[in-house]
Ligand binder design. Structure first.
Ligand code: NAP
Length: 253
């Protein structure tokens, strides 16, 4: 699958699944804009890939802040050209001593922050970039949901599940709205993927997932990236409004 002549924007692209997405799109020939709050890791990744002859641009921003997202998009489009592929990947899943906080102990500020980072960020980038896609009658949007958005999981908290379910609602709605303009909108629902987000979890949490996953292992970020590259490829041009599990058969939601 080639992505040459594409301009891709990956949120949360400095580490974990996002960094692998950036590498994969760049290797497939795309120009890639990275938006992340981690300027050190984001700049290092961009410099490394530029050193390999890839077109990559990093812009530091908090994806929860609409104006910062708009500024990041302006800088990326100035550097690379109009974005035709948006990957809403940035996300957080706060834990306390490795455990999710039950609703009766949850700090309202934590609830609001997770909604801002996991959900409002997707609104921000869709709102900013959809007008250009509509004008050009082409676009690809892929957002990161989770199996936790489709089934109850005791290893995450209510704010996380709620935002990941909302991403599915947003995906289906935008698929309907934007389809007539040649824009596909899909979501991925990863299972447990081996990234910094899960690295801090107690070993028992991963062991329990592995034991109930038919493929008996955690997923690799590259396996999520492969599914994302497919959904945003020419070959997936008739797939929209879908949520694809990348979960080794875990839960089969
Ligand atoms: P990760 O390793 O924690 O990486 C997320 C990246 O997003 C980090 O670089 C992080 O920066 C950045 N980020 C977080 N909040 C931000 C903000 N407000 N503004 C800008 N950048 C921000 O996470 P991951 O495991 O790769 O997860 C990527 C996506 O997949 C998330 O949406 C997650 O919910 C979803 N997902 C992951 C799994 C899994 O098992 N890993 C499963 C299902 C779904 P910092 O390092 O500074 O925080």
């Amino acid at each position: 699958m080639t992505h040459s002549n594409r301009v891709v924007l990956v949120t949360g692209g400095a580490s974990g699944i996002g960094a692998v997405l950036v590498r994969s799109y760049a290797a497939a020939g795309a120009a890639v804009g990275i938006v992340d709050r981690d300027a050190q890791a984001g700049n290092a990744l961009a410099e490394e890939l530029k050193g390999q002859g890839r077109q990559v641009y990093f812009s530091g921003a908090d994806v929860a802040d609409f104006n910062a997202c708009r500024q990041a998009c302006l800088l990326i489009e100035d550097a690379l050209g109009p974005v035709d592929t948006l990957v809403n990947n940035a996300g957080i899943s706060p834990k306390h001593d490795g455990q999710p906080q039950p609703i009766w102990r949850m700090d309202p500020a934590e609830w609001h922050r997770v909604v801002d980072v996991n959900l409002h960020s997707a609104f921000n980038f869709c709102r900013i970039l959809a007008p250009g896609m509509v004008e050009r009658r082409f676009g690809r949007i892929v957002s990161m949901s989770s199996v936790a958005g489709k089934a109850y999981l005791d290893i995450v908290a209510a704010h996380y599940s709620t935002t990941k379910a909302a991403i599915i609602g947003l995906t289906r709605h935008l698929a309907g709205e934007l389809g007539p303009y040649g824009i596909t909108v899909n979501a991925l629902a990863p299972g447990r993927i081996d990234t910094p987000m899960v690295a801090g979890a107690p070993p028992a949490a991963n062991e329990a997932v592995i034991a109930t996953t038919p493929l008996r292992r955690l997923g690799k970020p590259a396996e999520v990236a492969d599914a994302c590259l497919f959904l945003s490829s020419e070959q997936a041009g008739f797939i929209t409004g879908q949520v694809i599990d990348v979960a080794g058969g875990w839960l089969m939601t």
